[in-house]
Design a protein around this ligand. Structure first.
Ligand SMILES: NC(=O)c1ccc[n+]([C@@H]2O[C@H](COP(=O)([O-])OP(=O)(O)OC[C@H]3O[C@@H](n4cnc5c(N)ncnc54)[C@H](OP(=O)(O)O)[C@@H]3O)[C@@H](O)[C@H]2O)c1
Length: 316
């Protein structure tokens, strides 16, 4: 990508989109265009087409999506499949109609079968049934990655898709109702510390095994692939190492400095037992993760502390 190229980052206010903007700015890209959800609702096809015709971006990072935890996915499956399909269909078709040079599609490792071998290779896609709790979201993401592959095959476009593992970092959602496990635990331990509570209750048995990637590493991988890969393969992007939920709780307890106990609430769902991505394909084209889990969580906690007292943050 030329440093003066017009680059559209869809979803720039989100966890992934804001990290991509950070990395692009650090790398000296001058013409990054963004729109808030309010300014441009990507589910509205005509508005998306007008935006592309006016702004004529050359590169697109599609990091806009309806995202949420287990509870939200299980409660609103129709919204998760329809909103995500509308966003990706509108952006990918407008990108094609305006002959952009390259597009990066953000999927998720939840596209893979719930009981596939571990670590998960890209070729395990569509080999058996999905995890029910987020099937709608997963099907939308599969449709998106296939749409990119089919455009490449039919029209010779250069669209790339990445399937990240669980992400965390600056600008994450710390809402207790619909956030992912890592930000939820960071907030719980922090509030237990400042309120001198005797213990923190962690959902589930603590046994499930998870992989977490610092979001700036994911953004770095996206920019790397935009600059260094052309072809029809899609890529897992992960950290390649895993922890149990119990170990994660211990790490966060230590970083926050909470002195109380940890209680596992086994009445709450565990979700998929293990989900580790195989990242040998992206390593094969020259990219590797940089930020270890403790360093990433410390950076995230520092950012959380800088925001916690700010207007409305703790009410999210
Ligand atoms: N978070 C993870 O652990 C994770 C893991 C794997 C893959 N991913 C993928 O990464 C991508 C981004 O996820 P994220 O975690 O960054 O989500 P996020 O923090 O919720 O950000 C989503 C962004 O999309 C915007 N958006 C949503 N609906 C929109 C619409 N109709 N029109 C315009 N903008 C809209 C949101 O704006 P508003 O907030 O204003 O609505 C927000 O800026 C998704 O494709 C997701 O599948 C995320």
């Amino acid at each position: 990508m030329d440093k003066n190229a017009i680059i559209f980052v869809a979803g720039h206010s989100g966890l992934v989109g804001s990290a991509i903007v950070r990395i692009l700015e650090e790398d000296g890209y001058q013409n990054i265009i963004t729109r808030t959800h309010k300014q441009l609702d990507l589910t509205r096809q005509a508005d998306v087409e007008n935006f592309f015709e006016e702004q004529r971006p050359e590169y697109v990072f599609l990091a806009a999506a309806k995202v949420g935890g287990i509870h939200a996915n299980a409660t609103y499956p129709a919204d998760f499949i329809m909103v995500n399909m509308q966003i990706q269909c509108n952006v990918i078709s407008a990108a094609f109609a305006n002959k952009i040079k390259k597009l990066m599609f953000l999927g998720s490792s939840c596209i893979y079968p719930k009981n596939c071998p571990q670590p998960i290779k890209e070729e395990y896609l569509l080999t058996s049934e999905l995890e029910e709790t987020n099937e709608g979201y997963a099907l939308a993401k599969i449709a998106g990655l296939k749409a990119c592959a089919y455009y490449n095959k039919q029209y010779g476009t250069d669209y790339v898709s990445v399937m990240p593992c669980n992400l965390y970092g600056i600008n994450d959602n710390f809402g207790l109702e619909n956030s992912h496990v890592l930000p939820a635990l960071l907030r719980k331990f922090h509030e237990a510390k400042i309120n001198n509570e005797p213990s923190v209750t962690v959902w589930g048995s603590g046994k499930p095994i998870r992989e977490f990637l610092y979001v700036d590493d994911l953004a770095d991988a996206c920019v790397f692939l935009m600059n260094n890969y052309s072809g029809n393969e899609f890529f897992n992007v992960g950290y390649g190492e895993e922890v149990t939920i119990s170990e994660l709780a211990d790490i966060i307890k230590e970083i926050v400095g909470f002195q109380g106990g940890i209680i596992m609430d086994s009445s709450k769902p565990d979700g998929t037992y293990r989900k580790l991505t195989d990242i040998s394909r992206i390593k094969g084209v020259g990219w590797s993760p940089k930020t270890d889990l403790k360093t990433g969580i410390r950076k995230t906690y520092d950012w959380f502390l800088s925001q916690y007292e700010s207007e409305g943050f703790a009410q999210r």
